[in-house]
Design a protein around this ligand. Structure first.
Ligand SMILES: [Fe+2]
Ligand SMILES: [Fe+2]
Length: 369
């Protein structure tokens, strides 16, 4: 898929990046990641943008963000910071660790570019949301005190503190079947795993040989984790959009949410190309042949199957699922991410902070008129 160079529209960031050299062929859109700005400088960058955003608000869109919208946008800012952190780790290794890059490219030649671009998108989401919050008189979210988890020791990984842990993931692959099914979890449906990926690394913990089964199993794990993360984002944004009051806040939530869906579609398609590989405790079959003729698992059936929606008596409809607050709200997202092992090693204070943000977002409700 062709890259779109005009995508980053946050002019403050672009101007800043223009002052700095691009260290990698993929860095056209991933300059912030390459320079390590994602973590350390998020708050200053958001601060620098505040004046721009305040001008936009003063131009007539809104003035002060109401408490419910602020709670929703704050939780989403936190989610985006977490997403940025994990995608940043993927980018460092998919572009800086030859054996891992080779295994990722064995799935799809374009994946290193897509991974870097997905990272930049998440960073733009976090930065924009925090800047908008600040401009509207609400407190931005800063997770920097929780950047305490260790980095991979493999070549390519920067040795900095991380928010997320990609070394012990239990990847929920049930979305593969959920989106091929006419059933909807919001009506109580549950779905089996396509592949059982339990307590596995999605990035190399240390340098591994090129072409080895271990490195391919790690890359395959990542390929499914990409879809898992982005389908969660698609459900989360769609769910929280129904609680937003202000039209500008609604525009922000639906516009960013649409990009989460876009990402999910890309990764949902790509995951089907993982090479067959078997290592102790983990088996990736040849998806194209093993599941041929199975409508719940067949590789090419990537368009969302129409499913139950709103009321089971209404016709089936092709939609994002789930979107109910209990299945797709902020706390549901935190629970799913926690169960996946993404936060293994995080502090009690981290969970308290994330839970408080999630509860506040879930407690928000739409005010009409
Ligand atoms: Fe995002
Ligand atoms: Fe995302």
């Amino acid at each position: 898929m062709q890259n779109n160079n005009s995508k980053n529209q946050i002019t403050g960031l672009q101007r800043f990046s223009d002052l700095l050299p691009a260290p990698h062929p993929l860095a056209r859109r991933s300059f912030l990641r390459s320079l390590g700005l994602g973590a350390a400088l998020l708050t200053p960058v958001a601060g620098a943008l505040t004046g721009v955003a305040r001008g936009a608000l003063a131009a007539g869109n809104s003035n002060v963000i109401n408490a419910g919208d602020a709670a929703i946008l704050r939780f989403l800012a936190a989610a985006e910071l977490l997403e940025t952190d994990l995608w940043q780790q993927y980018t460092e290794l998919a572009t800086g660790n030859e054996p891992y890059m080779g295994a990722i490219e064995a799935i799809d030649d374009d994946f290193p570019q897509y991974i870097a671009d997905n990272t930049d998108d998440e960073l733009s989401h976090a930065t924009f949301l925090n800047a908008y919050l600040a401009a509207g008189g609400a407190q931005p979210v800063n997770l920097d005190p929780f950047r305490t988890l260790p980095s991979s020791q493999a070549t390519g990984a920067r040795q900095i503190g991380r928010l997320t842990n990609l070394l012990n993931l239990t990847v929920d692959t049930s979305w593969w079947i959920r989106y091929r099914s006419p059933r909807n979890p919001d009506f109580g449906a549950t779905f089996p795993q396509l592949i059982n990926i339990v307590d596995r690394p999605a990035i190399p913990p240390y340098d591994l040989p090129s072409g080895s089964k271990q490195i391919q199993a790690i890359a395959n794990t990542a390929a499914f984790h990409f879809g898992t993360i982005e389908q969660g984002g698609a459900s989360l944004y769609t769910s929280l959009a129904t609680k937003v009051s202000d039209l500008t806040a609604l525009r922000i939530v639906t516009s960013i949410g649409g990009v989460e869906v876009y990402h999910f579609a890309i990764w949902s398609d790509g995951a089907g190309n993982v090479p067959a590989v078997k290592v102790p405790g983990l088996v990736f079959p040849d998806i194209a042949t093993v599941f041929e003729g199975d409508p719940l698992r067949e590789k090419d059936l990537i368009m969302p199957e129409p499913c139950e929606f709103i009321d089971p008596n209404l016709p089936l409809c092709s939609v994002i699922r789930p979107t109910s607050p209990q299945n797709a709200g902020a706390m549901a997202a935190v629970t799913a991410l926690t169960k996946s092992g993404l936060f293994i090693g995080q502090s009690r204070e981290f969970f308290q902070t994330l839970h408080a943000l999630a509860r506040a977002a879930d407690n928000a409700y739409r005010i009409c008129g």
